[in-house]
Design a protein around this ligand. Structure first.
Ligand code: PLP
Length: 454
């Protein structure tokens, strides 16, 4: 959908929305004068100072443009600006939020749930760990050293003791290390990451479930990044097995603003046991009088929340339902194929080194080397930085990440087996990335030739 198409659809929907309030007497409206036009133009010019996030040659960080229907639905709802705290502030958008969250629960094959949208993955994880701390007080939270750094910070905020579990050489939680920690009998909750932020590695949830039989603990799945990949049909068997275990966990977080085509401000937390809702109980003296129905503010730690986020997510789900084999699922499969394809090119080129594990989702990373010298972490890191800069000159925008040397085959950096190396990293989140792998690869090769000359 082009932007002009978006604006014409939006304008028709806006007239329809306005009709619903047409019986009201005319109220003074705020008009935008020429000064406003100047200010907006100034904002537009200032916004040039960004990477071209929506273009397939932007293949760097976790940034995926929202779908036009999400933009249109968000803008439409914004004209009313509903607040999904109490039903007084957003009746329709609260109902849409409940339906949108139910669609997420259904995608994970959960028979029942309690959940809501949040401002993002950070707050969603905070709520999950808060409930975990309430249910198993005094016990520790563990997550792998590749888990999002938010978990150790959130644990500190909540006053919960946090322990980091080493990851193996493919970036997955090391189960021997986990079991050693579980044997201390002090672990209340294991945070399992399905799709780490740095490299998209997927912890072996199925095998962690087997450990739960023996030791008993809560499982929280942080699928802020990778949750939607449960719909993809092209995952490796180990990764598939982890996703297929999601119905058995206690809570899950997923970010519709990462892979779900939503504007920022859209995370979600789901609990499998709806009775955890009583922990949220509070007595607000001024809300919740309009109805005996559930007000989302009664099951959320954040109070005011954008109803527009719920409307945007609901509309996107109507257009692109969460169905294996559907358009949305095929978009994820395409990004994953793009990652495998780029990894394939990189692996065959002596100027690069690929890690032990091929991409588990849609994130590729690799180290750079001068084929005529023995690579050291320092020389490789400096070369990666130069390639990154040169690629940007060619409109190809990648990312850099400091990653453990042990992620690479032994001997990749003779004399070095510990420490980190700065790698080039590419998150291939857009369905179009697959079609663009050749132009991306050509620019990467050219940037590397120039970096090696300089
Ligand atoms: C992005 C991310 C988070 C943090 O979510 P925000 O939406 O950025 O607050 C947490 N965990 C994982 C695995 C993530 O990828």
């Amino acid at each position: 959908m082009t932007d002009s198409n978006l604006f014409s659809l939006l304008s028709r929907a806006q007239s329809l929305l306005d009709k619903g309030f047409a019986t009201l007497p005319l109220a003074p409206s705020q008009s935008l004068d020429s000064q406003a036009a100047e200010i907006l133009n100034e904002a537009a010019t200032r916004l040039h100072d960004n990477y071209p996030y929506e273009h397939p040659l932007y293949a760097g960080q976790m940034l995926k443009p929202p779908h036009p229907i999400a933009r249109a639905a968000y803008a439409l709802a914004m004209s009313i600006n509903p607040n999904n705290h109490a039903l007084d502030g957003g009746r329709a958008s609260s109902a849409m939020e409940i339906e949108a969250v139910a669609a997420l629960a259904k995608m994970f094959s959960w028979p029942q749930h309690l959940g809501h949208l949040t401002s993002g993955g950070t707050f969603a994880n905070l709520e999950a760990l808060w409930i975990a701390g309430q249910l198993v007080p005094g016990k520790k939270i563990v997550a792998s050293d590749q888990a999002h750094y938010t978990h150790s910070r959130i644990s500190a905020v909540l006053g919960l003791h946090f322990v980091s579990i080493p990851s193996d050489d493919t970036g997955r939680m090391d189960l021997v290390a986990l079991e050693a920690e579980l044997a201390t009998d002090k672990i209340g909750t294991v945070v399992v990451t399905l799709g780490t932020t740095a490299i998209g590695s997927v912890d072996p949830l199925d095998r962690i479930l087997a450990l739960r039989e023996k030791y008993g603990f809560r499982i929280h799945v942080d699928a802020a990044y990778g949750g939607y990949f449960t719909l993809a049909s092209n995952l490796a068997p180990q990764v598939r097995a982890a996703y297929d275990a999601i119905p058995q966990v206690d809570s899950v977080v997923i970010d519709p603003h990462k892979h779900g085509l939503q504007p920022y401000g859209c995370g979600a937390v789901l609990f499998r046991d709806p009775t955890v809702g009583h922990f949220y109980k509070h007595d607000s003296p001024y809300t919740y009088f309009s109805s005996k129905e559930l007000h989302l503010g009664e099951i959320s730690l954040e109070c005011s929340r954008a109803g527009a986020s719920a409307v945007a997510l609901w509309a996107t789900q109507r257009l692109l339902p969460y169905m294996p084999g559907g358009t949305f699922a095929r978009g994820l499969e395409s990004g994953r194929n793009a990652a495998l394809e780029l990894n394939h090119h990189v692996a065959a080129d002596t100027r690069f080194m690929t890690p032990l594990s091929p991409p588990q989702l849609d994130i590729v990373f690799f180290a750079a080397r001068d084929p005529h010298t023995t690579p050291t972490p320092e020389s490789s890191s400096a070369l990666a930085q130069r390639i990154f800069d040169q690629a940007a000159q060619l409109d190809l925008h990648l990312a850099l990440a400091n990653l453990p040397i042990r992620f690479f085959p032994p001997g990749s950096f003779p004399g070095h087996s510990t420490g980190t190396v700065t790698c080039l990293r590419s998150v291939l989140m857009k369905p179009e990335h697959f079609e663009w792998i050749d132009p991306i690869w050509q620019r990467l090769v050219q940037a590397t030739q120039e970096a090696l000359r300089s």
